[in-house]
Design a protein around this ligand. Sequence first.
Ligand code: HEM
Length: 511
Amino acid sequence: MPTDERRMVCVAYNQWVIIDTKVYNLSRFKDLHPGGVSVLLDPEIAGQDATEAFFGLHRHEVLLRPQYKRLQIGVIDGEEEQIKPPQVGALSKVPYAEPAWLSEGYHSPYYKKSHRELQKAMRKFVDEVIYEDGQAREADGKRPSQHVIDKMAEVELHAMRMGPGKHLKGRTLFNGIVTPEEFDYFHELVITQELTRIGARGYGDGLLGGKVIGLPPVLNFGRPEIRDKVVPEVLSGKKFICLAISEAHAGSDVFGLQTSATKTEDGKYWIVNGAKKWITNGTFADYFTTGCKTDNGFTVLLIPRGEGVETKPIKTAYSSTAGTAYITYDNVKVPVENTLGEEGAGIYVMLSNFNHERWVMCCSSARVQRLIVEECLKWASQRKVFGKPLIGQAVVRAKIAGMIQRAEAIQAWLEHITYQMCNMAYKEQAQKLAGPIAFLKSFSTQSARQTAQDAVQIFGGRGITQSGMGKFIEHYHRTVPFDALLGGAEDVLADLGVRQAVRSMPKDARL
Ligand code: HEM
């Protein structure tokens, strides 16, 4: 039977529809359909090829859900599937959906074989192990599932997310794709960008964001006995750590902090009193890397969860899966051995962390902006209004042009800075890159907010709806301000960049 005739057969069964090349029987589903019965019984839909109507109203993933997959009763014989579901581990073919180095036919001087292999392995790992948990936990607010954390530990992802360094020594990284000696900031960039592709901002932080910022002070400034106990526990995903600096009255102004630590008379313990606010992973952390006011200034202590430490969840714009906490310390007794760095020299402990933290945030911001480009390009191409696809409107194309330009500029700048990081000692990075990283983060977050706003306009009502076609856009628009605040506020960072530049002005510079 020719194809057209086979398609006509469906017409006879007016509760069947064709979507692409698959035939669905909706007779038992129609009363349960979230979009209502009437749309399914419309003569233009019932018994017809409903492909265009379907993809104008649903994401592809609807058809992949087990309860809906069952509705499929056959396929159109001899026709090849036109609209393929996303394949595990695959790269997107949508223009600009991947950074240039992953786009067919483009080149990059930065990425070697091990970066490319790591990217492939990470994409598959994220698709298979992380994606579903990310969407589910973002929705129910529970902390990331332990089985995901354990799987990440198996391939040493927790260790790799701390960047290159001694902590990688002796570890088999992602089944040996890259050696500890070879591992560089581009490998870390690949990991961060692949992880953030899932488009679940709260989960991204919940997936041990607290460790990425809370463990470096232990790694770099902890006494050996503390370091050797805590680092393996955290990098194996058995214990959790967070960075507790900001307070209700002081934000990130470390000199305005009020949480105090005073020594006991015998000098063996600190007694800590105070409260911390907006602490990522705080609700489930076992250790708190805590900034305290001490007699001689500002000191950082590693405080284990125990008597006198209490954590309460704070409800923010993103999911409580991030574990954002309000923490109180009431006469908490902490051994002096838990001091990280020198007493009164806490500012150096903190400063040594900032560049890396901000750079990590740039990696993720750059990648998620690209995800939004992909969503907008797909939507604008498949959505028809006034008789033509949205992309046919110049105003929509102009918005997408801006998004692409910003995403491309940020990735290129990020790769340039990452290359500098690979070729500078840590101290030199602190001197030369604090300004550029601050500028990049500030630029990334401004761009991200513009992109979020434009994406909502393109998606219309769906861009403010938490389910369905625009769910990633709604989520992005709601959570994008986090990036402009965490790790240094946007305006403060832009100003820091200029102040750093002024400091390097030659004394004899004149017009
Ligand atoms: C296998 C067939 C279908 C399944 C499994 C299905 C499933 C769903 C689901 C789960 C939703 C909720 C929104 C979402 O999660 O995206 C929905 C909404 C909707 N569906 Fe369907 N649907 C099917 C076919 C159709 C067809 C053929 C039409 C024809 C016009 C249609 C029209 C709608 C409408 C108008 C909505 C509301 C959309 C909105 O609120 O934005 N559906 N459908």
